[in-house]
Design a protein around this ligand. Structure first.
Ligand code: MOS
Length: 761
C-alpha cells in the first residue's frame, strides 16, 4: 500500500483525496455466470433481522437514563427575535435544560453565511431553541411554552419573488448565491445556431421535492467522560465525526459515530444535522444520554429537499439531425442557506454537441436549505434536456431514439477523457426492443379513444465510479470465523450483503461463514460517505484486496505449519493444499494452529485509471395511458436498460432500480412542495398531503443490465447504481405523456389538472 493523492468524482465535483491506496494488480474476475455469489440474487445479509423487527435502527436506540430533546422551530419565514422567554417552559415538570440561540451562537454552522440559531430565523422551520426533558412529550409541551417575540421581516419563498428587482435581500451579495451564476461554455453557440436548420426553444419547470426517507433524521448521543458517542442515522459516519468535532471544537479522536441500520437518506443524510450538535451540547450539560428525532413536519421543512428548477433551453439542429448548438439557463430555489442547485451537467455531457453554453443561478429563498437528493441536478436537468431533445426530433421528423443515436458521444465532452466503458448503444437497443419502441405513436396524440397510450424515453449519465480512500479489513479468528470490517455504512441499499458476497467469492467459502461489521468509526477502517453512487465501486475492490491478501497469508501460515515451501502450496475452496493434496489444511485448521493469534489483512481501493472517467449510462422507456377525460396518467411499464459495470447482486440491484424508478415516478406525477407565498409557509408537511407513490401507482418494471465487468473501472469492474436508477424516469414518463396526447406538459409534476389544461389549449 502507498499513500497517494488521488482523484475521483463525487457527484459533479472532482475530489482530490490523500490516503492509502492499494498497489496490487488483480486480474478481473470471470463474468458473473462463472461465479458463485457475485451477480446472483442473494437475499439480504440482514434480511431476517429486518423483517423480524430485531434490527436496531438509530431511531430504536434506547440508552439507560436517556433524555429526549425537541427543537422549537420558527413559524415565520424571516424574522428577528426581539426576545425569548423560557422561564415558564423551564419550570414545567420533567424539563431538564433549554438551549436558545443565545447559548450557542458561537457554533458556526454555515461559515460566513449565517450562524446556528441566528438572531434572524431565515425560513419556516429554522431552529429557535432546543429543549431536553424526561420524555419527548414533555419536551414538545415545553417548546410551546417558550415565548418568542419576533420582528417580522419581508420574505420570498420562490425564484420569481427572489429575483424581482424589489425583492427582499437575504445576503449582502443579494439573492443569487455568491452574487453570480455558475457558467460553462464550449465552442461558439452563436455560430452553432447560425449553422442550424432548425432552432427549438422552450421553458421547463420542476417543483421542490422532499427526500422523505422511511427513517426520520435522528441522533442518540452520549458522553463517556470527554468522549462523545453518537448513534446517528447518517450516510457518512466519518463525515459526522469530522464535522461534529469541528462544530464542538473538540478533537476528532474524541468522537465515535455508530450506525448499524438505516431507513434511507437519499442525500439528505450526508451532512451533520444541527440536531446532532444540539443533542450533544444538551447531553453534556445534563450529563445523560440524549435522543433527538425530528418528525415528518420537520423533515418537510428543515432536513433538505431537491430544489425546483426553471430551465430555459434552446437547441439548434441540422436537417439530418446533427446537434449544432445547445444553451441552458436555469434557476433553482436553494433555500435560505446558500448551496448549489445547478442542473446543467447532463446538458454538457450526454449528447454530442460542439457548441454548448450553460448558466445556473442558485436563488436564495426563505425556505429550508436544499441538499443533495439522489442524482442532484441530473434528474431535473434530464427532464428538461430530454424534453427539448424530443421536441427537436419531432421537429425534424426523426425517430427520437434515432436522433439520440445520431448524436452519440463516444468520448467525454467536458474534459475529452476516455470512458472506462460506455454501452449506451446497447442499452438503447435492448430497451427499445423490450418496450417494443415501434409501437409508439409516430404522430404524437394520434391514438384512438379517450384513453390514449404513449411511449417515451430518456437517457442517463452519472458518475458512480468511486475511488480511494476506502478500506476493508478481514480477520480470521481462532475458531476459523471470518469477519470483514469496513467503515462504510449500509444506508438500506444492501452494502452488508454485497460485502459478504465479495468476501465469500474470493475466499471461496460459503457465504454464511462471513460476518460483516460496518458503521463504527472506532471499529472499522475508513470508508467514504455513502453518496454519489460510490459505495459499491469504492468498497468492493477494497474487500477483494483484503481477501486476496488473506489467501496469501493462509498459504504462508500453511507453509509454516506443514514445513514446506510456499510455492508448493495453493489455495482452493477455503483450504490450502499441495499439488498431491496429501497435505491439506482448512481455514479452521490453519487458524487453530495459530493458537490465540488471529489472521488479519488490510485491503484498500486502488487508484482510478488516469486519463479515464468512469460513468454509468442508461436509457429508460416508459409506456403510459392518459385518461383524456380525467387527466389521470397511469404509468403502465418502465423498461430500464443500463450500463453499470458488473452486477454484484441481482436482487439488491433490482431493489435499487425499483426504488429509483418509483421515486422518479413520484416526482413526475405527484410530488411537490406547496408553499403559501402570502405567509411563507409550506402547506403539505405530512405524507397525507404530500403525495408519494403507493402500490397502485407502481408500474411493471423491467431492469436490463447490458454490462459485464467494466474492467477499467476497478478490480471488481463495478460502477454505482443508486442514482442512475432515478435519473431518466421523469423525462421518460413526460415524453411518453407527450407521445400519448400530442401536447406537452412542460412542468412537473404532471397532474390531472395540467393534462386537462394542456388538452384544452
Ligand atoms: Mo446522494 S444525493 O449521493 O446521497
Amino acid at each position: 500500500m502507498a499513500i497517494k493523492k488521488s482523484k475521483h468524482f463525487f457527484e459533479d465535483e472532482l475530489i482530490e483525496t490523500i490516503g492509502e491506496v492499494s498497489e496490487e494488480i488483480y486480474e478481473q474476475l470471470p463474468n458473473n455466470k462463472d461465479l458463485n455469489y457475485i451477480g446472483k440474487k442473494i437475499s439480504r445479509y440482514d434480511g431476517y433481522e429486518k423483517v423480524s423487527g430485531k434490527a436496531k435502527y438509530t431511531f430504536d436506540i434506547k440508552l439507560p437514563n436517556m433524555a429526549y430533546a425537541k427543537i422549537l422551530r420558527s413559524d415565520l419565514p424571516n424574522a428577528k427575535i426581539k426576545s425569548i422567554d423560557i422561564s415558564i417552559a423551564k419550570n414545567l415538570k420533567g424539563v431538564l435544560e433549554i438551549l436558545t440561540y443565545q447559548n450557542i451562537d458561537d457554533i458556526d454552522f454555515y461559515g460566513e453565511n449565517g450562524k446556528l440559531l441566528d438572531q434572524h430565523v431565515k425560513h419556516e422551520g429554522d431552529e429557535v431553541a432546543c429543549i431536553v426533558a424526561e420524555s419527548e412529550k414533555i419536551a414538545e409541551t415545553a417548546s410551546k411554552l417558550i415565548q418568542v417575540q419576533y420582528e417580522k421581516l419581508g420574505f420570498s419563498t420562490s425564484i420569481e419573488q427572489s429575483t424581482r428587482d424589489n425583492s427582499v435581500k437575504i445576503y449582502d451579495w443579494g439573492n443569487i448565491r455568491n452574487g453570480k451564476p455558475d457558467e460553462y461554455e464550449r465552442g461558439n453557440v452563436e455560430e452553432g445556431f447560425l449553422q442550424s436548420d432548425f432552432i427549438v426553444e422552450d421553458t421547463f419547470t420542476t417543483e421542490v421535492v422532499i427526500h422523505h426517507p422511511t427513517e426520520v433524521h435522528c441522533s442518540v448521543v452520549n458522553w463517556e467522560g470527554d468522549k462523545l458517542i453518537i448513534y446517528d442515522s447518517t450516510q457518512g459516519i466519518f463525515e459526522i465525526k469530522k464535522s461534529v468535532s469541528e462544530y464542538l471544537k473538540i478533537s476528532e479522536d474524541k468522537v465515535q459515530v455508530i450506525k448499524k441500520y438505516m431507513g434511507g437518506g437519499f442525500g439528505s443524510k450526508l451532512e451533520a444535522g444541527k440536531y446532532t450538535v444540539l443533542a450533544a451540547i444538551l447531553s453534556k450539560k445534563i450529563n445523560r444520554p440524549v435522543r433527538l428525532a425530528v418528525d415528518r413536519k420537520e423533515m418537510s421543512l428543515a432536513t433538505g429537499n431537491r430544489p425546483d428548477s426553471i430551465q430555459h433551453l434552446k437547441v439548434g439542429v441540422k436537417k439530418d439531425g446533427t446537434l449544432m448548438a445547445m444553451t441552458h439557463e436555469a434557476k433553482a430555489a436553494v433555500g435560505a442557506y446558500p448551496t448549489g442547485g445547478g442542473c446543467s451537467w447532463p446538458f454538457k455531457q450526454i449528447y454530442l454537441c460542439p457548441n454548448v453554453k450553460t448558466i445556473d443561478f442558485s436563488v436564495i429563498t426563505n425556505t429550508g436549505k436544499a441538499r443533495p437528493f439522489r442524482a442532484p441536478g441530473h434528474v431535473q436537468g434530464t427532464f428538461g434536456l430530454d424534453s427539448i431533445i424530443d421536441d427537436a426530433a419531432y421537429k425534424i421528423g426523426m425517430d427520437p431514439l434515432e436522433f439520440r443515436l445520431k448524436n452519440y458521444a463516444e468520448k467525454d465532452q467536458v474534459w475529452g477523457a476516455e470512458y472506462t466503458s460506455k454501452l449506451l448503444r446497447e442499452a438503447y437497443k435492448e430497451g427499445a426492443e423490450k418496450i417494443n419502441w415501434e409501437r409508439r405513436n409516430k404522430v404524437p396524440g394520434s391514438g384512438n379513444g379517450f384513453k390514449k397510450r404513449g411511449i417515451g424515453m430518456a437517457t442517463q449519465i452519472w458518475w458512480g465510479g468511486g475511488g480511494p480512500p476506502a478500506h476493508a479489513n478481514i480477520e480470521i479468528k481462532n475458531d476459523g470465523s471470518v469477519i470483514v470490517y469496513s467503515g462504510t455504512q449500509d444506508i438500506g441499499t444492501g452494502t452488508y450483503t454485497i460485502i459478504s458476497q465479495v468476501a465469500a467469492e474470493i475466499l471461496e467459502i460459503p457465504i454464511q461463514k462471513i460476518e460483516v461489521i460496518l458503521g463504527d468509526t472506532d471499529k472499522t477502517p475508513y470508508g467514504p460517505s455513502s453518496g454519489g453512487s460510490t459505495t459499491a465501486p469504492s468498497i468492493s475492490p477494497a474487500v477483494r484486496d483484503a481477501a486476496e491478501k488473506m489467501k496469501r497469508k493462509l498459504i504462508s501460515a500453511s507453509a509454516a505449519i506443514l514445513n514446506v515451501d510456499e510455492k508448493e502450496l495453493f489455495y482452493s475452496l477455503g483450504s490450502v493444499s499441495d499439488k498431491s493434496k496429501t497435505n491439506k489444511l482448512s481455514i479452521t485448521e490453519i487458524a487453530a494452529n495459530l493458537k490465540g493469534q488471529k489472521l488479519f489483512t488490510e485491503g484498500s481501493r486502488e487508484e482510478n485509471l488516469k486519463g479515464y472517467v468512469a460513468q454509468t449510462f442508461g436509457a429508460q422507456f416508459a409506456e403510459v395511458e392518459v385518461d383524456t377525460l380525467t387527466g389521470f396518467v397511469k404509468v403502465l411499464k418502465i423498461v430500464a436498460a443500463h450500463d453499470i459495470g458488473r452486477t454484484l447482486n441481482r436482487q439488491t440491484l433490482e431493489n435499487q432500480f425499483h426504488g429509483g424508478i418509483i421515486q422518479g415516478l413520484g416526482m413526475a406525477l405527484m410530488e411537490e412542495r406547496i408553499m403559501d407565498s402570502d405567509f411563507g409557509k409550506m402547506l403539505n408537511t405530512n405524507l397525507h398531503d404530500y403525495k408519494i407513490p403507493t402500490m397502485l401507482d407502481i408500474p411493471e418494471i423491467e431492469v436490463i443490465i447490458v454490462s459485464e465487468a467494466d474492467v477499467k473501472a476497478n478490480n471488481m469492474g463495478v460502477k454505482g447504481i443508486g442514482e442512475p436508477a432515478i435519473i431518466p424516469t421523469p423525462g421518460a414518463i413526460s415524453n411518453a405523456v407527450y407521445n400519448a396526447i400530442g401536447v406537452r406538459v412542460k412542468s412537473l409534476p404532471i397532474t390531472p389538472n395540467k393534462i386537462l389544461k394542456a388538452l384544452n389549449s
